[in-house]
Unconditional design. Structure first.
Lengths: 336, 438, 292
């Protein structure tokens, strides 16, 4: 640890990019002169590239090929013979007047709403917890472990437990709301009907906020103490410190975190599947379940793949817009 | 430069993909299998016992017996129901699967359409002792009509009406209802003081299908016509679905909470004396494990309009059960057939069906006194006289999802007090039907 | 070192105001309840006989039994699944973190052609819906097995490979962020001192990025630990993982609620303990940063 000797100014890290960007930009062009070692960076990337090709890229390309073929149970035994269908699979998926397309569109809306709410709440909870645990106090370590517990429970077990709690007649939620607090006249259904959306959001937030917490907590460790010290000497209160130092410093972490939370939540399959089984109520009909039904349950991998590709295109678009928007924000404040 | 690199990556990936898909799934489609590895077999069993470990304990000695007889070692894997169909699909797609496997008999026609399973023509049936050893209705649910079955019946089941004797006595009812009118009338006497007459698994798609299928038969309709086209919205089918959901919506003999049941909570309610009747297949062992004594409950045929179950409009159950199938590309085709023969032999049939509480689809094995217990006799008679196979069409699983979901949504309506009318039923079924035609 | 003590003291006179402390109490109480509610239900249900579990909910079990904790081992080969999961998730984590560290180091510290293509492509793989490439991936594994004899399908190796790749994109991105925030002068100095690029990486960058690496490792582990969809297709009896194996407590006719809960708790305890031990390293960055 003694080697980490460094002048305080340089401890700024990404957190202080705003003030430091100029210095960095000047520094950058110097590097290639010193480390132009040709193949080394590629060598470092090689394992990652190979694995990505094997597990993500190539299967993905095959998936796209699948989306142009008629892959029903008549052909899955021998792919080579499956007829090409050009864009027929896509036409079915985007024919919003027909029930299948209409249902897909509905499910798309539900998924968007679900994603926005879930990501928002997960980030909020994670952020609140990370900030509240930044200062050392008795029991902090314990609380950290407690907050990570939802993350440690196997997904299936956790979600089935929630399903168990959400049961109408014997569930814990209704026991509290109806039997003990008397808030409802009748015990409510949570797993069918419109309330199922609420149930889904609760479970999804419960499952993903610890991840936000974990990442933000790690991000907070990089904020140099001096910043806070300087601020408090300047008379900034704790709230101001959070607003002026903590939040801006977490910007790079947040950029990736929110994006990844968004992608996961949008593609989440386990939660609705374990909670509702293979047919989710309309109010909670997420797109992943929908695609699962259109491929695995109905044995029509062509249409299922076409839907997935459309989903992928949408996500690519959102991601691109998001990255451009957030990066511009960062540039605007002087980083990179 | 960046473009070139990206293009290179894509080209490489596509080339890889092309080579891989080229050989992907390219399994031999010729007349079934080889005998390249005659000494071993892989067998995927379905979960029939109380749990997977129990299944292994039950099957392993039998497989040892088979090994002793034939010298063929069988590698057993018990696949949970939650994974079985996906595993089969993956195996079908890749050609990498077991030699012999159990399938739910309602999947027979769908799997038959893939062409991955060995067809049981007369020649193959000869190898296992002939087709007439099996009960007709069981063979009829092993594949589409007019084609050689894709599988051989292994365990058979049918629906029965299970009722709580004490609750019936308390309500002053002499015996189980034989017609639906009687069931509703009895149900109204039974449904009071927080107790209910009938249980249902509203969230279980397959169960919904099984019930409305039998009711549809009684209304003179099927969900598919002769040519295999869906006919969900015929008056008979609409009436059947409405009749089933009306037990909750109109007759109020099913507790609203049942609308969300999908984990056999209706059996738990029955075992606890909260509901007086359930329609189920071979529930005896579950009742026992939930602490019910055999004398507490009785079993009767599922009601029919005339009171006397039979063929046609008096059908009161689907043919439920498990079939055993052979993957066409097995490397031990002779061994696989021998194994199917072994599993469907009279001795094994008696033993395994006895253990699992099911009925042997092999007629000769039914003579065993174990299958003469009152509840099993009901199942046996139903299978022999008044059970019909679910539609044996390739789109069966689509049908289960589409119509099963329609019924599930109607349960949700009924439970929340939304009126269930002929129109609303028809609308849901119409939507289900349109989903099929894509 | 003395400066550290000074830094600690400097904060104390400016202790957070009451408004902050109360807000903190309320928020932490709420989050604790939210996080632990299902855990409490699990604990209490796992101690009830099955008849009570399926009956009206009770906060305090009227009859306590520890039998579920014995039954779980017989219903399902739980220990076997647990070992599989531990092995698969452990190996996937180690490999994923190692590979991610190399990649992130390259991206963070070198300029080279194709850097942006790499980072963007890697990130975009995060948005592939699993349903879409499950079957193709399965096919590739089977074909690799058929042509080279390397059994990836049904083996732990195949699953490790899959999971490590699942966590790789995010790990790389997070680590790029952490590495970027470590001053370059540190590893520059190390290189001047005669360390090669790897020396700089392992002696300087990695130690300084421990909190980030630990966070990423936890993430990689949990990704592999909880995955259901791919595991259900790619594993067999021998190699089945916990995430899938736990479903064995819900069979066609019976759902052993109390055993599901008991088994989940039993297998989660080691993971939570692991978290407790690791969180020390999450703080390590803070202290390291304070050393001047």
């Amino acid at each position: 640890m003694t080697s980490t000797v460094t002048p305080p100014v340089r401890k700024s890290g990404s957190g202080a990019d705003q003030g430091d960007g100029g210095a960095r930009r000047r520094r950058l062009p110097r590097i290639p002169d010193r480390i132009r070692q040709g193949g080394l960076p590629y060598l470092l990337l090689l394992p990652a590239v190979l694995l990505e090709l094997l597990v993500h890229i190539v299967p993905m390309v095959i998936g796209i090929v699948m989306s142009f073929r008629e892959l029903t149970q008549l052909y899955i035994n021998n792919w080579g013979n499956a007829p090409w269908r050009a864009f027929d699979n896509y036409k079915i998926a985007v024919d919003f007047d027909a029930p299948l397309g209409e249902a897909l569109l509905h499910s798309f809306y539900v998924t968007c709403l679900f994603t926005v709410i879930t990501v928002g709440l997960s980030w909020l909870f994670g952020m609140a917890a990370a900030v509240m645990l930044q200062e050392n106090f008795r029991g902090r370590g314990l609380l950290r472990a407690v907050f990570l517990t939802p993350y440690a429970l196997p997904v299936y077990a956790a979600v089935i437990t929630w399903a168990f709690m959400f049961q109408r007649d014997n569930g814990m939620i209704n026991h509290v709301l109806h039997d003990q607090l008397g808030l409802t006249d009748e015990p409510s259904f949570w797993l069918i009907g419109d309330n199922s959306f609420i149930a889904l959001v609760v479970v999804a937030v419960w499952k993903s906020w610890p991840f936000a917490f974990l990442m933000l907590m790690a991000g907070l460790q990089n904020i140099p103490r001096e910043l806070y010290e300087a601020a408090s000497i300047d008379g900034a209160g704790i709230w101001q410190q959070i607003r002026k130092i903590t939040l801006p410093s977490l910007r790079p972490v947040n950029q990736v975190l929110v994006l990844v939370l968004f992608l996961w939540t949008f593609n989440d399959f386990n939660t609705p599947y374990v909670l509702f089984g293979e047919s989710a109520p309309e109010a909670a009909d997420l797109i992943s379940i929908h695609i699962y039904q259109s491929s695995f349950v109905t044995w029509n991998f062509g249409t299922g793949s076409a839907m997935s590709v459309l989903l992928l295109l949408f996500l690519l678009l959102v991601t691109a817009v998001y990255l451009v928007a957030t990066s511009r924000g960062r540039k605007g404040s002087g980083a990179e | 430069m960046r473009g070139i690199r990206a293009a290179a990556v894509v080209t490489l990936a596509t080339a890889l993909a092309a080579t891989l898909t080229g050989c992907g799934g390219g399994t031999s489609t010729d007349e079934g299998g080889s005998n390249d590895s005659p000494k071993t077999l892989t067998y995927w069993a379905s979960n029939q016992g109380p749990n997977i470990e129990a299944d292994k304990k039950i099957l392993t000695p039998e497989l040892k017996k088979f090994e002793k007889e034939t010298g063929i070692k069988v590698k057993l894997e018990v696949v949970p129901w939650s994974d079985l169909l996906t595993r089969i699909l993956a195996a079908t797609t890749s050609g990498q699967g077991p030699d012999v496997l159990n399938i739910g008999n309602t999947w027979s026609a769908s799997l038959q359409a893939t062409g991955a399973l060995l067809p049981w023509d007369d020649k193959n049936f000869e190898a296992i002792g002939g087709r007439d050893r099996f009960v007709d209705s069981a063979v009829a649910s092993a594949g589409a009509e007019g084609q050689p079955p894709a599988a051989v019946p292994l365990y058979s089941l049918a629906y029965a009406l299970y009722y709580n004797k004490q609750m019936f006595a308390d309500a002053g009812i002499d015996g189980p209802p034989a017609t639906w009118d009687e069931l509703v009338a009895d149900g109204k006497k039974l449904s009071k003081d927080g107790k209910w007459a009938l249980g249902a698994e509203g969230g279980n798609l397959s169960n919904n299908i099984h019930q409305v299928f039998a009711l549809g038969q009684q209304h003179g309709d099927n969900f598919f016509d002769e040519s295999g086209k869906p006919t969900f919205t015929t008056d008979g089918n609409v009436a059947a679905v409405k009749q089933y959901v009306d037990f909750m919506a109109k007759d109020k003999i099913i507790a609203p909470g049942n609308a969300e049941y999908a984990q056999n909570q209706s059996l738990t309610d029955f075992a606890k004396g909260k509901t007086a009747m359930v329609l189920w297949q071979a529930a005896a062992s579950t009742f026992a494990s939930q602490g019910m004594k055999p004398e507490d409950w009785g079993a009767a045929p599922v009601p029919v309009p005339s009171g006397a179950p039979g063929a046609g409009a008096q059908v009161n159950s689907m043919v439920a059960g498990i079939n055993i199938a052979v993957f066409k590309n097995t490397k031990n085709i002779e061994g696989a057939k021998k194994f199917v023969k072994f599993m469907t032999s009279d001795g094994e049939q008696k033993l395994l069906n006895k253990t699992y509480g099911s009925i042997p689809p092999v007629a000769a094995a039914q003579s065993d006194p174990a299958f003469a217990a009152p509840d099993l006799k009901v199942l046996r008679d139903t299978l022999a006289n008044s059970a019909a196979p679910l539609p044996q069409v390739p789109e069966e699983s689509q049908f289960e999802t589409a119509v099963g979901t329609a019924v599930k949504d109607l349960w949700a309506d009924a439970a929340s007090g939304t009126p269930v009318t002929t129109e609303s039923v028809k609308k849901r079924l119409d939507k289900a039907q349109q989903q099929m035609q894509q | 070192m003395p400066n550290k003590a000074l830094a600690g003291k400097a904060r104390s006179p400016l202790a957070p105001p009451a408004s902050f402390r109360w807000t903190r109490r309320i928020i932490l109480a709420f989050l604790t309840t939210f996080a632990l509610l299902p855990v409490y239900v699990m604990v209490s249900s796992s101690l009830k006989p099955l008849e009570d579990v399926t009956d009206t909910f009770q906060w305090i079990p009227s009859e306590i039994t520890i039998r579920p904790y014995f039954d779980i081992w017989d219903t399902v080969p739980l220990a076997h699944y647990f070992m599989n999961s531990l092995l698969v998730a452990g190996a996937a984590t180690v490999l994923s973190v190692t590979i991610a560290v190399f990649s992130a180091y390259a991206v963070s510290r070198y300029r080279f052609r194709g850097k942006r293509v790499f980072t963007v492509t890697v990130l975009s793989t995060q948005m592939f819906p699993g349903i879409l490439f499950l079957l193709p991936l399965f096919l590739i594994f089977v074909n690799i097995g058929n042509s080279t004899g390397v059994a990836l399908y049904g083996s732990r190796g195949g699953l490790i490979l899959t999971y490590l790749t699942f966590s790789l994109p995010f790990s790389i991105w997070m680590l790029i962020g952490y590495f970027d925030s470590i001053p370059r002068d540190l590893d520059e100095a190390a290189k001047v001192d005669g360390c090669g690029p790897f020396g700089a990486l392992f002696r300087v960058v990695v130690p300084a990025a421990i909190p980030g690496i630990v966070a990423v490792a936890v993430y990689a582990f949990m990704t592999a630990w909880g995955e259901v969809l791919f595991a259900s297709v790619m594993t067999n009896d021998e190699t089945r993982t916990l995430a899938v194996g736990l479903q064995g407590y819900a069979t066609q006719n019976d759902v052993y609620w109390n055993q599901i809960m008991a088994a989940s708790l039993v297998v989660s305890v080691p993971v939570v303990v692991g978290f407790l031990l690791l969180q020390r390293y999450l703080v390590a960055g803070l202290t390291a940063g304070a050393v001047k």
